[in-house]
Design a protein around this ligand. Structure first.
Ligand SMILES: [Zn+2]
Length: 610
């Protein structure tokens, strides 16, 4: 298929690199990537475009990690540069979204029988794909008129994929007269888009979207490093802190770096949003009808947000991050009237869409289709991640501790440049993080033998322990990172100052039902306060402000509500604040202090009971 340019001049087809030239990564907030504007087969004819020297932005080579299996284009190199894969050209992270059409053979698709229609033998009832359950399909009920819409989601019972397709087909036939279109050229697609916006509204029968279903159709294939479920992105550095981070074969941050499947039908929509933590996203359309995308021009981002606030004022007043609820739609004509730039893209089966940090995008499906997507990061994402707001309306919002992340990234970069100097090959983010996790576990075992009380997990149910408590310094978020200010954070000194108050309190492990709004709590949180990679967990005093689905929202005095965090009520990070306590004896009498602490814990608990 051709990767054709569509309406806006900003729309572009591009190949994006996830394997970066690290020498270029320094002090920049904008990533240049190379862009392709033709079909993969034409590459030889094209001259290489020199790196964009008009800006002093670094230039990244595009490459797949490995040769596609079965490729006849055998080389001794294990890497393929952009030249072998597409037309080298230029682009910027600021373009918002980009479409990538991988060349033939990048993935053999054996599992889904090389069938891009999603209707062939491998997709019929009785096959793995046909019988795959679409868990929690969502009915998308639309309210609103005149280009300003709000969606309400209704969860429906699971259905097998083939049944979902039957529903999708009959829905499309009722709505626009046909189950499948023969034509999928640009003009037909733009016509469908006009039809979609004309019909959208409360009188339209609600479409169903099988969205956000954990799973992958890549079946573990390498897919030249583009397997959406196995991306080697720098988010994998977080594996260093994961429990059993060195053991699991594939590290998953649910909903962040593991893949989700999406089963679409005509008029099912994804409302305007940016990704969690302003991450990048990748969306691969496995099979079926095209997906129609809109992306807000990054220079109009703030104006788009203001326009959304003005149209959805009550939602905006209850949550400053209301667009993260993914329920609000403004039509292209509303955007045009407001002078907000946007681009359109048609993603056909086999195409990949990449969305860049903080870029707003929305769109709809033109018929039954199956897509797979996930979030990922590149080092240049960090400033966007630091700036990202988090919706606090529910406990499951994704939040990445950016301070910790940047520490890991720096440590990784430092070790890799040391490796370069020694001529040792670099290792992947995942493998480095695995080693790091192993180091952490080994260190913990060592210190456990020294002091087995120095761990929140040793606080047992109904037993307390005297812990040293810190407070969030006023106006400063625990999660603020060094990249935010571009200079060293005075994190160490401010935490020291707090620690000087010498506040010791009793941490009590209690039943989950104890945590109700207003409960004083101690939160055991990672906090990163040194140049080393060692992450320390410390106790912070807070108050429960809300309890939802087994999670308590903890608020910290003198901090804005956006710095609240959700903790599981039965997790190892949340304790009842049992009141102030005498500090244990100094570290010089460690063994003695341990016993003393234990004894005190019991007596304080008794006090609390009476
Ligand atoms: Zn919210």
């Amino acid at each position: 298929k051709n990767t054709t340019e569509i309406p806006s001049s900003k729309a572009s087809t591009a190949k994006i690199c996830r394997s970066f030239n690290h020498d270029c990564v320094s002090g920049t907030s904008e990533l240049s990537h190379q862009r392709t504007t033709g079909t993969p087969g034409e590459q030889e004819k094209d001259k290489e475009v020199a790196p964009d020297t008009s800006t002093s932005k670094p230039h990244y080579m595009l490459r797949a990690r490995r040769q596609p299996s079965g490729s006849t284009n055998d080389t001794t190199s294990t890497e393929i540069t952009s030249k072998a894969y597409g037309l080298p050209c230029r682009g910027k992270l600021s373009d918002g979204v980009a479409k990538v059409t991988p060349p033939e053979g990048w993935w053999d698709r054996s599992g889904i029988a090389k069938d891009l229609t999603a209707r062939g033998p491998a997709w019929q009832p009785g096959t793995g794909l046909g019988d795959m359950m679409v868990t929690g399909p969502i009915k998308q009920c639309v309210s609103g008129i005149g280009g300003i819409y709000e969606m309400t989601m209704l969860e429906l019972p699971p259905v097998p994929m083939s049944e979902f397709r039957t529903k999708a087909d009959s829905y499309r036939k009722r709505q626009i007269g046909s189950e499948v279109d023969k034509e999928d050229d640009d003009e037909s697609m733009h016509n469908l888009a006009r039809k979609f916006w004309r019909r959208l509204g409360p009188t339209m029968e609600a479409p169903i979207y099988g969205a956000d279903m954990e799973g992958s159709l890549f079946q573990g294939a390498d897919a030249c490093g583009w397997n959406v479920d196995r991306l080697e992105s720098c988010l994998n550095l977080l594996r260093a802190d994961a429990e059993d981070g060195d053991l699991d074969e594939h590290f998953k941050l649910p909903g962040v770096n593991s893949a989700y499947l999406y089963f679409g039908m005509w008029a099912s929509v994804f409302a305007g949003h940016t990704e969690d933590m302003n991450l990048l996203s990748i969306n691969y359309l496995h099979a079926g009808a095209p997906k129609y995308w809109y992306a807000i021009s990054p220079e109009d981002k703030q104006r788009f947000e203001s326009l959304a606030v003005s149209h959805f004022a009550s939602a905006a007043s209850s949550c400053s991050e209301f667009l993260r609820h993914k329920r609000y739609m403004l039509s292209p004509s509303i955007l045009k009237k407001a002078g907000i730039g946007y681009s359109c893209q048609i993603q056909r089966a086999g195409d990949v869409m990449i969305t860049f940090p903080g870029s707003y995008h929305f769109g709809f499906n033109t018929g039954f289709n199956v897509a797979e997507s996930t979030n990922f990061a590149v080092p240049e994402w960090v400033p966007s991640g630091v700036a990202a707001g988090v919706c606090m309306c529910h406990p499951h919002s994704v939040r990445i501790d950016m301070s910790r992340f940047t520490t890991l990234l720096k440590n990784y970069d430092r070790e890799m440049s040391a490796a370069d100097k020694k001529g040792v090959p670099r290792i992947s983010y995942s493998n480095w993080a695995k080693l790091e996790a192993k180091r952490r576990v080994d260190n913990a075992q060592e210190s456990d033998s020294e002091d087995d009380m120095d761990n929140a997990n040793t606080i047992t149910f109904r037993k307390g322990r005297v812990v040293e408590v810190l407070r969030y310094a006023p106006g400063k978020s625990l999660y603020q990172g060094e990249y935010a200010s571009k200079k060293k954070q005075p994190s160490k000194s401010s935490r020291k100052a707090v620690a000087e108050e010498d506040d010791w309190r009793m941490a009590l492990r209690v039943k989950a039902s104890v945590f109700t709004p207003g409960t004083p709590v101690l939160c055991f949180l990672p906090c990163d306060d040194g140049p080393g990679s060692e992450m320390k967990e410390k106790y912070f005093t807070g108050t429960v402000s809300q309890v939802v689905e087994g999670h308590a929202r903890c608020h910290f005095a003198s901090t804005p509500r956006k710095d609240d965090i959700w903790l599981a009520v039965d997790g190892h990070q949340l304790f009842l604040d049992g009141g102030s306590a005498e500090p244990p004896a100094g570290p010089s009498v460690k063994i003695a202090s341990k016993r003393q602490t234990g004894a005190k814990a019991v007596s304080a608990k008794k006090k609390l009971r009476t």
